[in-house]
Write a protein that binds this ligand. Structure first.
Ligand code: C5P
Length: 207
């Protein structure tokens, strides 16, 4: 069984995908981590051709060992760097292979990201598209960071999320929209438990 979970920044898709993977005993890939790892490997570069060349090389060299520093990878800065490398076509192509081989392993998998239901796993058994308004998403991300002891500037965080949404929506290589056959799950007013119950209910109905 392949479950595809898509949605915008801080929509709760990662938490839901983790919960679904645990519930069904499936391996889980947070595909945002791949883009974050590439973004971290490159850092900020003024020179665009150089930035692109380094990003492509980092994407082609990526392996699971680069995905272990979760605290660093999940920082807000890594999210912004990720959305910058995510607009580069050959970066997406290199990461496509990584995601595809994870998805097609025996027994199935849960993948979450932006283009899972549309491009990576258009053949997924169940597709979910998670939505929540930007203020709710900012607040969730702020609490996640605060739980790790990070001091959060909510105003700056809100703008980072909006900046990322804008770049993601304009990404010419993206597929950052709900697949026609994806099930919409609106979580603005749902807690984690309720959202997971709703997601499981959708999977049960489809399977
Ligand atoms: O999901 P997460 O917030 O960790 O993703 C970080 C960034 O990586 C996104 O803003 C997006 O630009 C990019 N991304 C993507 N395709 C994916 C996952 C993430 O373009 N499947």
């Amino acid at each position: 069984m392949i479950i595809a979970v898509d949605g915008p920044a801080a929509s709760g898709k990662g938490t839901l995908a983790t919960g679904l993977a645990q519930h069904y005993g499936l391996p889980h890939l947070d595909t945002g981590l791949l883009y974050r790892a590439v973004g971290r490997a490159v850092g900020d570069y003024e020179d665009l051709p150089e930035f692109e060349a380094r990003a492509i090389a980092a994407a082609e060299a990526l392996d699971a060992g680069h995905l272990t520093d979760i605290a660093e990878l999940t920082s807000a800065r890594s999210g912004v760097l990720a959305s910058k490398v995510a607009v580069i076509g050959p970066v997406r192509q290199a990461l496509f292979e990584f995601q595809r081989s994870f998805a097609t392993q025996a027994g199935g998998a849960v993948l979450d990201g932006r283009d899972i239901g549309t491009k990576i796993c258009p053949d997924a058994d169940v597709k979910l598209f998670i939505q929540a308004d930007s203020k709710a998403r900012m607040e969730r991300r702020a609490r996640q960071l605060e739980a790790r002891g990070v001091v959060v500037d909510r105003y700056a965080l809100f703008h980072q999320i909006e900046e990322r949404d804008a770049r993601d929506m304009l990404n010419p290589h993206g597929g950052f929209y709900k697949a026609a056959d994806a099930h919409l799950l609106e979580t603005t007013h749902l807690g984690i438990e309720a959202a997971l119950r709703a997601a499981i209910a959708i999977v049960e109905k489809v399977m």
